[in-house]
Design a protein around this ligand. Structure first.
Ligand SMILES: C[S@@+](CC[C@H](N)C(=O)[O-])C[C@H]1O[C@@H](n2cnc3c(N)ncnc32)[C@H](O)[C@@H]1O
Length: 222
C-alpha cells in the first residue's frame, strides 16, 4: 500500500536553502559522528536491533555520513534527501552506497518493506501538520518489529532561520519536546524502544552553542 502526504508549502525554499548550504555543511564536517559517542551508541543499538529485519532507509541523509556509518555496521542501507546538492556530495563521498533525491513527504514507501527508517536531524523542517502523516508513512513501511530512529532539536515553538552555516537560508526549524514527539510516534502506531536526551551544549572555539537534542527509537508492534 502507498501513502499520500500533504506537500509542505515551503518545500522548494527548503530544498534551495539546503542546496546553498551543502558545500559548507561538508567543508565544516557538520554531522561528524567521531566526537559524538552517545549518538554512535544510539546508532549502534538501532543497527543491532534491525540488521536482520530488512533494508534501512536514511531519510534526509544529507551528505551520507550516517548512511555510511550504518553501512559500516553491516546494514543494507540507502539514503534519500530533498537537496540534489546534498545527494551529489553523498554520491561523491560514498560511491558504493545508493542515494536518491526525494522528499520525506513523497516517498510512497511500500507497506512492510523496511527493517528500519532513520530521520536523523532531517524532519525538523516539516510543518507540524505534516510530520504526523510522514511518521505514519514510515510506520506503515516498517516490517513488524522494525524500528524508526529520530533525532532532533528540543525546545518550544519555531525558529525562522535566515542564515545557517554561513549561507542565507529560508526555513523554519520546528522544535519539539521529547514527550510531544513520543506522542506523535505513538499516534503513528509505534511502541517506544528508547529515548536519549542530550543537554544544551555551550559554544566552543570550534563549534556554536547547540540547543538540547533528543533521539527516540520506536518499533512497529509484532
Ligand atoms: C541538518 S541536515 C542533516 C543531514 C544528515 N541527516 C546528517 O545527520 O548529517 C538536514 C537534512 O534534511 C534534508 N531535508 C530537509 N527537509 C527534507 C524533506 N522534506 N525530505 C527529505 N530531506 C529533507 C536536508 O536537505 C538536509 O540534508
Amino acid at each position: 500500500m502507498c501513502d499520500s502526504v500533504e506537500q509542505p508549502a515551503d518545500l522548494q525554499l527548503v530544498r534551495a536553502s539546503y542546496d546553498r548550504v551543502a558545500d559548507n555543511y561538508v567543508a565544516m564536517n557538520v554531522g561528524d559522528l567521531v566526537p559524538a559517542p552517545w549518538l554512535r551508541a544510539a546508532l549502534g543499538a538501532f543497527a543491532e536491533d534491525v540488521r536482520a529485519l530488512g533494508p534501512v532507509l536514511d531519510v534526509g541523509c544529507g551528505p551520507g555520513t550516517v548512511t555510511a556509518h550504518l553501512a559500516g555496521l553491516g546494514l543494507d542501507v540507502s539514503g534519500v534527501d530533498l537537496s540534489p546538492r546534498m545527494i551529489a556530495h553523498a554520491r561523491r563521498l560514498h560511491p558504493a552506497l545508493r542515494f536518491a533525491i526525494a522528499s520525506a513527504t513523497d516517498l510512497h514507501l511500500a507497506e512492510a518493506s523496511l527493517g528500519g527508517v532513520l530521520g536523523w536531524w532531517s524532519l525538523f523542517n516539516l510543518p507540524r501538520t505534516v510530520l504526523p502523516d510522514v511518521l505514519a508513512s514510515f510506520a506503515r513501511a516498517l516490517v513488524p518489529g522494525g524500528q524508526l530512529l529520530v533525532g532532533t532539536h528540543v525546545g518550544d515553538g519555531d525558529i525562522e532561520r535566515t542564515e545557517v552555516y554561513g549561507m542565507p537560508v529560508t526555513w523554519t526549524t520546528h522544535l519539539w519536546q521529547p514527550q510531544q514527539l513520543a506522542g506523535l510516534l505513538s499516534q503513528a502506531g509505534l511502541q517506544p524502544v528508547a529515548e536519549l536526551r542530550l543537554p544544551p551544549t555551550p559554544a566552543a572555539p570550534s563549534a556554536p552553542a547547540l540547543p538540547a537534542q533528543v533521539v527516540l527509537a520506536a518499533r512497529r508492534p509484532s
